[in-house]
Design a protein around this ligand. Structure first.
Ligand code: GLU
Length: 496
């Protein structure tokens, strides 16, 4: 049986978009599911749109989520090179072959003439006519002598595809079924530009053929290009691959997904602190489902279960809410050590920790993490939730909060004094004793428990919302707690 070969063919015109990642994922899963090969090919023939660092970003993003390729620009392979800019001659020769076989022609039209055509074709009248917008096929009918003259004068030219006279072009899409296009709406598109670089259409088809790609899996936005690709395969006399166009990804409300809604580039999701497992799980379900009820999938599950015919036709709405839910679920499932490794870069980035302190503070941080794990939506939340554990970042901002509502400074002082003496007496400093002792203290104080604990909480964390009070006191440790209670006491005294 033929070996399945799929590819992801991004253009390095920007950082990897989440939609691109979904396309790559589907291609990767289909190949792996069928013990096939997955290829990374870089489509960089549009030199004007290249963005520096884009290729590195694409590679890093794919690797991060666990997509690996068997052949690609970084690792080579039997069909190298995998960067289209290094394959220029191949396309050029192919384009000239098509002229010889009568499927393409040289077009000598000047940029000015083309501009005029574009302007005319956008007029209202023209819009009503059901025919190809764009090039009027002027050079398609030049006779041999005219062509020779122009060639002798070295007039610059492009090579265009001759859309066949037949009525229509038909292909089968694995997701959408039969797609029929009337040839009159197709333009004699450019295959080779005057600078000798191919256009996307030519390079894409030539490479999919030469690289023995069996399944072209890509986003829906390319479906309108496919009829032209089919015509090209026919013109070359090549067997065409299967086509599968995955549904478009829309915003939560159904419009175009844009920055306004949240992160859109893979690197932004990484920076915000999404787990790769959560993003992977979420992306797989953007347009694919196993049975409409199974929600959790690891990469192994997906490889085992991914089938092309289970990709939906309907557009997929990108629900950040759902993604956040997955993220929380995966964070909570994580072991402390694992979470530590992932959170460390955020703590360093957030200036809570210096690189040289990693070794000495690891044990302390490992105790802190279980206290905040439940409340983490993104890994980056760890910075805000843990900062008071680090002395340099601890600060009581709202001093008034030390004084319980409907209460007095004197009451607050009494709470702090008592806490200091109760907690100082504890040796060892055990969580169960901390709780017992503070509860006894509340009884002795004859005050409301909420009031008492709020004062202590503000005194030792600087904030009203923090993890459980006893756990926090325990993890902060006796020295730190004593210092902070004393410090808060001094603040109150100064307020007087
Ligand atoms: N280079 C195209 C892109 O940037 C590839 C489309 C395709 O997969 O055919 O998405």
């Amino acid at each position: 049986m033929e070996k399945i070969r799929t590819r992801f063919a991004p253009s390095p015109t920007g950082f990897l978009h989440i939609g691109g990642m979904r396309t790559a994922l589907f291609g990767f899963l289909y190949a792996r599911h069928n013990n096939g090969n997955f290829i990374l090919r870089i489509e960089d023939t549009d030199r004007t749109r290249l963005v520096e660092g884009a290729l590195e970003d694409i590679i890093a993003s794919l690797k991060w989520i666990g997509i690996e390729w068997d052949e690609g620009p970084d690792i080579g392979g039997p069909y190298a090179p995998y960067r289209q800019s290094e394959r220029k001659n191949i396309y050029r020769n192919m384009a000239f072959d098509l002229i010889k076989t009568g499927h393409a022609y040289k077009c000598f039209c000047t940029p000015d003439r083309l501009k005029m055509l574009r302007e005319n074709s956008s007029s209202e009248n023209q819009k009503k006519i059901e025919s190809a917008q764009g090039y009027d096929r002027h050079c398609r009918n030049l006779d041999g002598k005219d062509i020779k003259d122009l060639e002798e004068k070295a007039v610059p030219f492009v090579i265009r595809l001759k859309i066949p006279e037949e009525d229509r072009t038909v292909f089968q899409d694995s997701i959408r079924g039969e797609i029929i296009t009337k040839n009159v709406v197709l333009e004699d598109i450019i295959l080779l530009k005057s600078d000798g670089f191919p256009t996307y259409h030519l390079a894409n088809v030539v490479d999919d053929h030469l690289m023995s790609i069996t399944h072209v899996i890509r986003g829906d936005e390319w479906i309108s290009s496919t009829p032209v690709h089919v015509i090209l395969y026919n013109a070359f006399g090549w067997k065409r691959p299967a086509f599968a166009h995955a549904p478009v990804i829309l915003s939560p409300e159904g419009g175009k997904l844009s920055k306004r809604h949240g992160a859109t580039m893979v690197r932004e999701f990484m920076q915000k602190g999404y787990l790769k497992e959560a993003l992977l799980n979420f992306l797989a379900l953007l347009g694919w489902s196993l049975d409409d009820k199974t929600e959790f999938f690891s990469m192994d599950d997906l490889v085992k279960q991914f089938e092309l015919h289970k990709i939906n036709k309907a557009p997929a709405n990108f629900s950040y809410e759902k993604l956040d839910w997955f993220n929380g679920m995966y964070i909570r499932k994580m072991g402390t050590e694992e979470l530590y490794d992932l959170i460390l870069p955020f703590l360093i980035e957030g200036n809570l920790l210096k690189k040289e302190e990693i070794g000495s503070k690891k044990e302390y941080i490992l105790k802190i993490l279980p206290l905040i794990q439940e409340r983490l939506k993104y890994l980056s939340d760890a910075v805000g939730l843990t900062c008071f554990f680090f002395d340099e970042h601890f600060k009581i901002r709202e001093k008034q909060d030390l004084i319980p509502k409907k209460s007095t400074r004197e009451d607050a002082l009494k709470i702090l004094d008592m806490s200091i003496s109760y907690l100082r007496a504890l040796e060892p400093f055990q969580i169960s004793d901390i709780e017992k002792s503070l509860r006894e203290m509340v009884t002795a104080l004859e005050m409301k428990i909420g009031q008492v604990f709020m004062t202590i909480r503000i005194a030792i964390t600087g904030t009203r919302v923090s993890p459980g009070l006893f756990e926090t006191i325990f993890v902060l440790g006796k020295d730190r707690v004593m210092n902070r209670l004393t410090g808060a006491r001094e603040i109150l005294l100064r307020m007087g």
